[in-house]
Design a protein around this ligand. Structure first.
Ligand code: TYD
Length: 227
């Protein structure tokens, strides 16, 4: 017997009024710094900003984050489902309500991390992992995804200069990180309307200026559309 199931909604941009922006890239590429700088700039413009991240943007997400990054071994499918569960709850309980209230939501990682890390890094298949995340989120895609592109050796080198122990993904090996980088770049090239690719080896303030230019254009466009 086949069970009836609801159709997966088509990918859609954020609700009107709000703006949804994600930062993606390898570990140590500077996503959290750039998210914060963008948030500060938007707040200065008078926008309400929600800065968040995956995994771990909610209370349940923090439990899942601890398990998926620092818990015992899990197989790749379980890992993909844990990230998808974190994302489903994050979107339903935090991202969609904030967008509906007109906020700018800036997330440090989103669905494209799953496609790159689990789909290509773990070899589960990009399309299947994307479909899983689109189902989990009801099809919510960012209006803009900023890829901070960096040679994985440089990114992991930046991280090892910090005191933290590498997490399970950071320890996954050079080939894994090369595949995730290539997957991010290929996704970005296939959808330039959603993506902005920046060389993360450039100075922080230059990168931030490029991000502001693109987000500023989106805000203007949204304001024009609302007139
Ligand atoms: P992140 O929070 O960027 O790491 P840190 O705070 O240590 O800089 O992400 C944690 C790890 O989770 C990172 O190695 C990438 C991985 N990840 C996935 O594999 N799939 C996903 O869907 C997400 C969101 C993250």
């Amino acid at each position: 017997m086949t069970l009836p199931h609801p159709p997966t909604p088509a990918p859609s941009p954020a609700a009107p009024g709000g703006l949804f922006v994600s930062f993606e890239g390898g570990d140590g590429a500077g996503k959290s710094t750039q998210s914060r700088l963008l948030g500060d700039w938007l707040t200065g413009l008078g926008r309400t900003v929600v800065l968040t991240r995956e995994p771990g943007g909610t209370e349940l997400g923090r439990v899942l984050r601890r398990e998926v990054l620092h818990g015992g071994h899990v197989d790749p499918r379980t890992e993909a489902l844990l990230y998808a569960a974190d994302r489903a709850h994050h979107v339903a309980s935090l991202v969609r309500p904030a967008l509906a209230a007109g906020s700018v939501v800036v997330t440090d990682r989103y669905l494209d991390s799953s496609v790159a890390y689990q789909g290509s890094g773990r070899d589960l298949g990009a399309q299947e992992v994307e479909d899983l995340s689109l189902w989990a989120t009801g099809g919510l895609l960012p209006a803009l995804t900023v890829l901070l592109d960096l040679d994985p050796a440089a990114g992991l080198g930046r991280l090892s200069a910090r005191a933290d122990q590498p997490d399970r993904l950071e320890s996954a090996g050079d080939d894994f990180h090369r595949r995730t980088r290539e997957a991010f770049l290929a996704r970005a090239a296939a959808d330039p309307g959603r993506w902005l690719v920046l060389d993360a080896a450039r100075p922080v303030d230059e990168i931030a200026a490029d991000v502001r230019a693109r987000v500023g254009a989106l805000l203007e466009h949204a304001a024009g559309g609302a007139r």
